[in-house]
Design a protein around this ligand. Structure first.
Ligand code: NDP
Length: 292
């Protein structure tokens, strides 16, 4: 058996086109241009690529995109002052602070300084609480994209056994909350989990968000399961740099029913969900219907 590919690029194209349609409607009918501000502190090369891609796709969707690039030695006070300025700017509906921040900055404090209504990454403590209590939260982009692909691929998720490997605040925990909200039976595994292989083997939905190249082999996967590989790991193979996931794709593809490739799976949906969250934030503040 060879698994069906869950094509994140195709899902992202569809979502971006829905976003662009909503932006056009906001501009034409309400004279509102949704605005997203992205803040990058320091010169981490991977973060620079992400920020560039986010900026490009924001503009392509017809939105206003603002980029703030600050030097690595920026003080906490200066960063907080910028956030305050963006919080009170009526043309900015979404604020994203690119993580990781340099070590001298307190990421929790910085994120919690963002107006929760503009927190398009969904990392503010208020949005975390809203998601955990099943209320109208701003949902973190990566797990939101995973959920959209799972729903698109499987339809109703209720009653399915879901295993999320990884418990970070950015991916693992919100992913588990979303699956629970969709009535899956959810297990969260992490580095202290005993017998990870047998836990993975019971999953109808297996989400890998670990950050360890090809850690999950095909024989940990239940035949026919849907596998979402969030991992993005850069490795050297055959003298070349290569991106691989947390799942060993070549063995997993023989067992799973469906699997996201790396690259081209979860990654493209993350940015598309950021745009969608920005439109949602804009619509909410203006009391207008947000896209479905
Ligand atoms: P973190 O490092 O914050 O979390 C990793 C999690 O994996 C931790 O909970 C850790 O457990 C767990 N873990 C580590 N080793 C093991 C192990 N041997 N067995 C079981 N669990 C283990 O990573 P993130 O959640 O931020 O990211 C995970 C991956 O997803 C990375 O590759 C990252 O690059 C990628 N990513 C991709 C995105 C995309 O858009 N596609 C967006 C965000 C992340 P413990 O808590 O016990 O330490």
């Amino acid at each position: 058996m060879t698994a069906q590919l869950v094509d994140g690029k195709a899902f992202a194209v569809q979502l971006r086109s829905r976003v662009a349609g909503h932006v056009a409607w906001l501009k034409e009918e309400h004279r509102i241009t949704p605005g997203l501000a992205v803040v990058l502190v320091g010169d981490d090369p991977a973060s620079e690529v992400y920020v560039r891609n986010k900026g490009r796709q924001t503009i392509e969707a017809g939105m206003k995109g603002v980029e703030h690039k600050l030097p690595a030695e920026t003080s906490q006070a200066d960063l907080l002052a910028l956030i305050e300025q963006l919080n009170s700017d009526p043309e900015i509906h979404g604020i994203l602070i690119q993580l990781p921040l340099p070590k001298h900055l307190n990421a929790d404090l910085v994120i919690n300084a963002i107006d929760p209504a503009k927190d398009v990454d969904g990392f503010h403590i208020l949005n975390v609480g809203l998601l955990g209590t099943g209320q109208n939260a701003m949902v973190p982009c990566t797990p939101l994209g995973c959920l959209m692909m799972l729903r698109g691929h499987l339809g109703d998720l209720s009653g399915l056994e879901a295993v999320v490997v990884g418990r970070s605040n950015i991916v693992g925990k919100p992913m588990a909350q979303l699956l629970l909200r969709d009535s899956c039976t959810v297990t969260i595994a992490h580095s202290h989990t005993r017998d990870l292989a047998s836990i993975c083997r019971r999953a109808d939905i297996l989400v890998a968000a670990v950050g360890r190249p090809e850690m999950i082999p095909g024989d940990w996967i239940k035949p026919g399961a849907t596998v979402i590989d969030v991992g993005i790991n850069r490795i050297a193979r055959d003298g070349k740099q290569q991106l691989v996931g947390d799942v060993d794709f070549s063995s997993a593809v023989e067992v799973a029913g469906a699997i996201t490739p790396v690259p081209g799976g979860v990654g493209p949906m993350t940015i598309a969900c950021l745009l969608a969250n920005s439109i949602t934030a804009c619509c909410r503040v203006h009391g207008l219907p947000a896209p479905e």
